[in-house]
Every structure is written in C-alpha cells, then in structure tokens.
Write a protein of this length. Sequence first.
Length: 643
Amino acid sequence: MNKLIIKGAKEHNLKNIDLEIPRDKLVIITGVSGSGKSSLAFDTIYAEGQRRYVESLSAYARQFLEQMDKPDVESIEGLSPAISIEQKTTSKNPRSTVGTVTEIYDYLRLLFARVGKPHCYQCGKEITAQTIQQMVDRIMELPQNTKIILSSPIVRGRKGEYKKELEQLRKDGYTKIKIDNVVKDLSEDIILDKKKKHNIDVVIDRLVIKEGIVQRLADSLEVAVKLSNGIAKIEIIGGEEILFNEKLACVDCGISYPELTPAMFSFNSPHGACPECNGLGGKLYFDPDLVVPNREISLRQGAIVPWERKSSVYFHQMIDAISRHFHFDIYTAFKDLPNNIQDVLLHGSGDEEIEFYYEKGDRRHYYKKTFEGVLKNLERRYHETDSFDVRDDLTQYMNTQPCPVCNGSRLKKEALFVKIHGSSINNITRLSIKECLGFFKELKLGRTETEIARRVLKEIGERLGFLINVGLDYLTLDRPSTTLSGGEGQRIKLATQIGSSLVGVLYILDEPSIGLHQRDNKRLLSALKRLRDMGNSVLVVEHDEETILSADYVIDMGPGAGEEGGKVVAQGTPLEIMQNPASITGKYLNKVLEIPVPFKRAMPDKRFFYRRFRLREKHTCYRHSLQGACAEDISFKGKGRGG
C-alpha cells in the first residue's frame, strides 16, 4: 500500500475529514495556528500507530508501557510504526547529557576501554605491566606484623547465581570465599540472587608481614592472578584494600588500575562515577550570598535571613553573645563588619569558646561552647532533619557548585587519567561537536589500535556528522539535556533517528525549524530528506516557507482556527497549493498576500526592564533591553556590577 488512508477523523476540532497521504514522502501539514494540524498529526495518526503497536505486544509487556487512548477516527489504513519527535525537553534527568542521548558517549566509553592508555594520576607517567615481583616488593613495604588477607576477585559487580563457578572452586580445594564483603565457607550451601549484582573474592591466603614469607607470598600471588585473569587484592585487617593488576600498575608510585571496561568511564555506574558527587558533577552548598542577600542591613535588622525568619529568640540571644565576645555592634551593617567577624558568623569560631546564655523565667544561665557558624548550622539541620518541609525551606539558601573532587567531570580520577592521543574522555566531551569531529579526523593510532577502533570511530564520526547536519555543531557532548531548548532537543532526536537507520517507519515532527537560524535550514531539510530516502514516511507540522516549498506533498488545514478550522482546505504538491485559490498558505507562497516590511521602524521609548535570575549553577548578571535600547548594569545579590 503506497498511501495512508484516513477516514472519519473527528479528534478535537477535526470535522470528520477523509484524507489520503502518500507514503515514503516528505509531507508538510500547515495552516493557521489552531486549525487542527497537531490534532491530525499527533493526536490521530501517531496516537493510533502507537496504540496498535502496544496492543500487538503481550499482556505482560503492555503493563510496562503507556497505552494511548483510541483516537476519534473511523479507520486508518496503511499505517506504519510511528515515532513522534515533539517540541519537548529531551530529558529531565540531571544525569542525561547530549552525549548519552545521542549514544555517542557509549561509543566513547568503548573506545577508551579498548585503546585508551592509562596514566598514573600522581606522577602522570603511562601505566605499565606489574610483575609478581613488583607486587611482592610493594606488599613487603607494609609495616612489620601487619595482618593481611590475599584474595582473588573473580566476580566484580555482575549478576548471576554462579553455581558452576562455586562448585569448581570446591573441586579445586578452596575453602573460604568472600561474597559481597561477607566471608563464607565453601562447604556451605551458597545460594545467590541472580537478579542482584555480586562481588566474589576467593580467599587465597592469610599472612603476617615478616621476614621469610616472600616465597609463600609470591606463590599465593601467582595463584590469585591466574584465577582472576591478572588481578589480586590485599586486604589489610582493620585498614584499606590494595588492588594489584598484573597488567596495569605504576612502577614508581605503586598505584594499580582496575581492568579497563566501558563501565569505568560511565558516570551512571558505581565503577566510574565520582564518589563525592555520585556522578552528578556538582554539589549543593549553602551560598553565603543567599544566606545574607542584603549586606547593607545589620544583624539586628535581619541580615542573616534564615535566622531572622525563626520566631524563637534563641538565635537573637546567640548573636548577642557573639557580639559581646568579639566586641562589635549588632546594629552595624553586615558589609561594614570586619572580615574576621563576618568569617566567624558564617563559618564558625573554630576552637575558640564563646560564653552563651539562655533565659529561663527571671534567671539567665551561662554556658561555654564553640560556635559552629551559620552555614554549618544550616548544613547540619539539612542533613539531620526528617521533615520534607524543613528541607524544602532550607533549599532556597542553597546553590550548586562544581564537585571539588572531579571538578564537574563526574568521573573517578582513574578514568580521567586514561588518555587517547593525550586527551581524556572528559577533555573530548568538553569540545564542541565541530571540534570533536575534527579531533577524531586527525586522530592517529597504531596499526593494531586502528583495527580495534575502526568500527567504533566510524559510528562516532557518523553521529557527530548527523548533529552537525541539523545545525547543532556548537553544542558540547557534556551539555546537560535539561538545558537544551525544545528545538535543540527535537533536532538531537532527529539526528539520533538518522543514526539508527530504521526503514519503513512513520516519523512525525513538530516544527523542527523553530530556534534554527535560517542559514541552517538547508541542513535540516537535507536531514529530513535523508530519512525519507532511507524508505521512511516523514510527516512534519511546519509554517516555514522554505520547508513547505521543499516538500513532496502539502496538506493545508483551516480555513480558520478552533471551531472555524479542522478541515482540509487544500492538498497536493507545493505548486498545486499555490494555484489553489482556497488556500491561504498558497496565497502567501505565491506572493498574492504578504506582510510588508515597515518603511519606518518604531523607535524605542527609552524605558528599560530588568530581570533577576537565581541560577542553580552559578550567579550571573544579565543586561536586558527593549528594541536595542542600552540597559544599565545590574548588581545581583551583592556580587557587584556586571553584564
């Protein structure tokens, strides 16, 4: 069937329309706003396609999928599986980035796991293989009489029951095993939950560091690395764990690397995520500029906002005691207080004790203790409270700053020191997509590495090219999806679909040219045509003139909006639309109707408007003007003047 046949469509304001749409073509649905374009494209065609697909699945699978209601239409024939690309934010997940949405980051993780060169994060030298003798030397450097357990990690963070592996260990004569940090005897009947991830270490030997154990230690290490493909673990009783790898270790610093796997470069996996920020790249903190937003007023007037809002006199008594101890006036503006006094108020008195008091009845009771500071007090209350309302109230004084450990990169330091051509995975994701493509085009690898990475590099290059073709060459791969506009998110989805290379699919798009500069329209159109040429039907709701004229088929809805719309005014090729006198769109296309450019522009009235933004990620001052009028600089939260 080469047509999509719709009969009796009455969804929303559609007037019982019958319509035939050619398949495997670029079809534009246009018309005035409110004429029923989205009702036809999304609420009728896409909804029915999605509903039929879900109904074709088993009852078990359907319970996990959102099932759409049947649209108000008599019948639709020739319907393909439908994919909707709407004007919505790509993801609200803070872990989602441009790289993860387009799957480019997945290929980058694979590339670094296979051809990346680990470097020591202390001395910066490239990691080389670690011999058994080097392992022995490192262990013998431990203090005398240190008790250690030597084990071989055979399973690390993987699901399964491992019945065969456990049975084989029993046959080989091993007696002790450590499962998820619990030591068990192999003579026991051990049953593991196959749906959960497990860590299994085979206990090889228990030793005390002293003279005369070198040979025994070397033999035990040989057994350990053979059992776990080169990895051995030393657990110091009551202390830390030391991981040795026969393949990856720094000779000078004694730092060992785990096996390079794609999970090691994932900030969504515990194997790769920064332990401080858990892979988010930022941490919430109590911002002094939000705690003391107005430094022109005094403590008595309520400069410390979180304390001023409390009805209790406890905080006022505390401020009074601090002022008596450090000899300052509570009626002095906060900005005029000495820097050391401001520091004490915000960050605490350290080890210096202050005489505080509380009043009970007509008596005043004194006691001495250190002052923790406003910021530490708020942080302690935030973490100790079980009340959602209290946390929500305290959140207004918090801001986000880059993680102090990973500096916003989201990954462990081990992953950040695995490099290709001198660049870590974080260096690459911070490049713009255009620069990133240039990096991979100029990348020179060895003969063996080139063969290993050939297909991965091909996928990365193609997907970067798709993003450039839809006008997104300025984005970076580490850009959070939550910061993308609707148009950017839609074009990312479009580039992802091109990369998936599906055939026989009905794609429905919602005004993809929104937010796109006119010079990039041709690249967007070529992407849509490429989808069509691959054997797909592309249905686009659009107002853009260039897009309409490039279409294979146009459907003009109208004639008006709301109750006056819902009808097919004209349909056919762009030329046929222009020749149809009933089509308002056609009259604008053939210049019978037009909106003239005014001969004289309206002059600005010299008035300005200002907006203040409270940003989670950083404080920024903005300039805003009306129609080209110059705006004055704005100060933000006492941070000074800036554009």
